[in-house]
Design a protein around this ligand. Structure first.
Ligand code: ARG
Length: 277
């Protein structure tokens, strides 16, 4: 028998702990990114089914999922990745660019303080949590340009004791770093080159030994908004080309349908905040 998996045996899965927020109050009722159009209604029953399937996918892969209660009036709270940044049990709270989402900061900070993260600290600068701040094993990559401020870097470096590499985002469709970059493991990432400037591309090239370039069609369904445990990569099911590239690189792509969340500019990774102990 021939192997067509690119040697999947060389990638190792690690058990993760994630925080998710059910889409009980999820709708698209304001516009803060180019994907959002309040005239295109969200099917809330379908959104809940897609979210439950994502949670089941994570638990089926052996990961722990904790949940935070959704609050009425905060339709984007389902995007837990924006709720903060958690590395080594330390938490930096979020501060949102737009007033529509700002009350989420306190809701998430409260959750951290009440659930084993007593030292969670409020941020000095605007930063939309792991939407823009990505842990890359030995460093932290911080995206800025649309949502988070570049000025968050010193606080990140001080709190987490890791080097911080700031990269500018240049395409408004990819307004959060986690829509254009997916760290697969400490040495490997997938990314969409057109979302970065030359300095950002050079920074990514020096951080990762192996870089997978996503095609337009996959980036445009937010295929890079994916969650990796080092082996399994949970990504939007429509990103078929990226799934093939991941398989060829030895990862196991796991497609999930998150089409209702795409209407708000979100995908599986946006709905997931990793709690790193
Ligand atoms: N509608 C939300 C916003 O624009 C989507 C957030 C997506 N989250 C993410 N981590 N990329 O803020």
């Amino acid at each position: 028998m021939t192997h067509t998996d690119g040697g999947a045996g060389r990638r190792t899965a690690h058990a993760r702990s994630y925080l998710m927020c059910p889409p009980e109050h999820f709708t698209v009722q304001y516009v803060i990114n180019p994907w959002m159009d309040p005239a295109r209604p969200v099917d809330t029953v379908r959104a809940m089914a897609q979210w439950r399937n994502l949670r089941k996918t994570f638990t089926g892969l052996g990961h722990q999922v904790r949940t935070i209660s959704a609050e009425p009036g905060l339709p984007d709270m389902v995007f837990a990745a924006n709720g903060g940044t958690v590395i080594g049990g330390q938490v930096l709270g979020a501060r949102f660019r737009y007033p529509q989402r700002e009350p989420e900061s306190a809701a998430y900070l409260r959750w951290f303080q009440q659930h084993g993260f007593p030292l969670a600290v409020p941020p000095r600068s605007i930063n939309e949590g792991e939407g823009d701040i990505i842990f890359a094993g030995h460093s932290v990559i911080a995206g800025y340009g649309f949502r988070s401020d570049e000025a968050v870097a010193p606080q990140l470096a001080g709190l987490f004791g890791l080097p911080v590499v700031s990269v500018r985002l240049v395409d408004p469709r990819f307004y959060h770093l986690d829509t254009a970059l997916c760290v697969l493991d400490a040495d490997t990432a997938a990314y969409y080159p057109a979302a970065f400037d030359d300095a950002g591309l050079a920074a990514l090239a020096s951080l990762f030994a192996e870089l997978i370039e996503a095609k337009d069609t996959d980036a445009e369904v937010l295929g890079l908004n994916a969650v990796s445990d080092g082996r399994h990569v949970v990504l939007p099911a429509q990103a078929c080309g990226l799934a093939e590239q991941l398989s060829a690189a030895g990862f196991e792509p796991v497609g999930v349908d998150m089409s209702e969340f795409l209407k708000a500019g979100g995908g599986p990774k946006c709905c997931t905040l990793e709690l790193r102990s």
